[in-house]
Design a protein around this ligand. Structure first.
Ligand code: PLP
Length: 423
């Protein structure tokens, strides 16, 4: 991948016709170090948030060597780009073939489930393996999520004790509980509340759990969504863990997706047409802007104008705009509002920030679009939970050797992926 100091340098050099994705591995490195340092347990990266090889490699080079995977292709991705990593298959519904391939070919031992039927499938597909780590996904009642993930998965709390007992009896390995408070969780206390519910289910079942997995949901910063400090989240989890009925050796796990990668990517898109407050762009909801369209999130934006050395960032009086993507589908609409200089016009470039999570991962090829080139940049993300906004963050070059240099930029403090036990 080519490296530019900042997005404007690419606009000057290339005036790109197609969307370009900017990758900031240093931002991933800093987030990875933060979680390693501050979260009192094991950090599993939820691969679905951004499966780009540069993300997987940067995480592994910065101490996050555990991955929450949901499919065989995700497992293969991790095997290729972070060989030797530990994986947990956290999708509560898997095909028998996927379970068997994960267990026998990739050495995956940890599997999530939320039903007796899935437990049976896991046992049969692994040939009655006794060394499984079985994680029961609970449906918790959580408040504060901007994007609920509770509707589809998780055993209801009144049915959980029977499933916990069955899972406990089914393995000589380890057994645990997990939940997901919902993505972009704006309330740190949601974790503590969810852990209290998990604890009640455990007590009612009368089982001991070896793992408490608090899932993902750790937030990033978007316009109009300024979450509390990330340290408030780990504090809430620590308090929740201290109150749980678990044994001395019980491990704490988390599965952040968004928080590790949201800051690390932005997209450069071109204005093809302006109609009043509507801007028609060359990227949209079938490209990198799924959440802008379907969850109607406004993302931060910057404007660049001109070609060659003339190109510059435009500031000036702002006005709210909405975006349309390039496909012929009327759902390819991002309501925003996106605040941009009022004289924005055809040929201008818009950089849309904070798209590292659930942006590139969602791209389709619909209508012949969706192909974005990725380049590396060294400027700071538009906003940051980790104090990066406004700072230059030096970048590695593309090989892994150089990627390790990122480690030295952030505090070289991380601990190895060993669980800190409950005290
Ligand atoms: C999506 C997902 C995550 C990551 O969620 P974020 O909100 O991105 O942190 C973690 N665990 C599971 C099981 C998921 O499905």
């Amino acid at each position: 991948m080519h490296t530019y100091h900042k997005p404007l340098d690419l606009v000057r050099e290339r005036s790109p016709e197609r969307p370009v994705a900017f990758a900031r591995p240093a931002a991933v490195a800093v987030a990875a170090r933060w979680f390693q340092d501050k979260f009192e347990g094991d950090v599993f990266y939820a691969v679905k948030a951004n499966p780009s090889p540069w993300v997987i490699k940067t995480l592994a080079a910065n101490g996050v060597t555990s991955f929450d995977v949901a499919s065989i292709p995700e497992i293969e991705l991790v095997t290729t780009h972070a060989p030797g990593s530990r994986m947990a298959f956290m999708h509560p519904v898997k095909s028998r073939k996927a379970i068997a391939t994960a267990y026998f070919e990739h050495g995956v031992k940890a599997f999530a489930l939320d039903s007796h039927e899935e437990l049976q499938k896991i046992l049969e597909a692994t040939g009655g393996a006794r060394d499984l780590t079985l994680i029961v996904r609970l449906a918790v009642v959580a408040e504060g999520a901007s994007y609920s993930l509770s509707g589809k998965f998780g055993v209801e709390l009144h049915e959980a004790p029977a499933l916990l007992l069955a899972a406990r009896a089914a393995t000589e390995g380890r057994m645990g509980v997990s939940f997901h408070v919902g993505s972009q969780c704006m309330r740190p206390t949601a974790y503590q509340a969810a852990m209290a519910q998990a604890s009640r289910a455990i007590v009612r079942a009368g089982v001991m759990v070896d793992i408490v997995d608090v899932g993902g949901g750790f937030p990033s910063v978007y316009p109009g969504m300024m979450p509390p400090e990330m340290s408030d989240y780990v504090d809430s989890i620590q308090r929740g863990f201290a109150d749980m009925m678990v044994h001395e050796e019980t491990e704490l796990w988390c599965e952040p997706g968004r928080a590790l990668v949201a800051e690390a990517s932005s997209i450069l898109t071109k204005v093809e047409l302006r109609k009043n407050d509507a801007l028609y762009l060359n990227d949209g909801s079938y490209g990198n802007l799924f959440d802008a369209a379907h969850v109607k999130w406004p993302f931060p934006v910057k404007l660049y104008r001109g070609e060659g050395d003339e190109a510059h960032e435009v500031e000036g009086p702002l006005k709210p705009f909405r975006f349309y993507g390039p496909t012929c589908d009327s759902m390819d609409h991002m309501p925003g509002p996106f605040w941009l200089p009022e004289d924005i016009r055809e040929g201008d470039y818009i950089e849309i920030g904070m798209l590292g999570a659930y942006g590139v991962a969602m791209t389709t090829r619909f209508n012949g679009y969706g192909d974005a080139e990725t380049v590396l940049v060294e400027d700071a993300p538009m906003a940051s939970m980790f104090g990066l906004a406004g700072r230059t963050i030096r970048l590695p070059r593309e090989n892994q050797e150089d990627e390790r240099k990122v480690v030295r930029l952030s505090r070289p403090k991380g601990r190895a992926g060993k669980s800190r036990r409950k005290r």
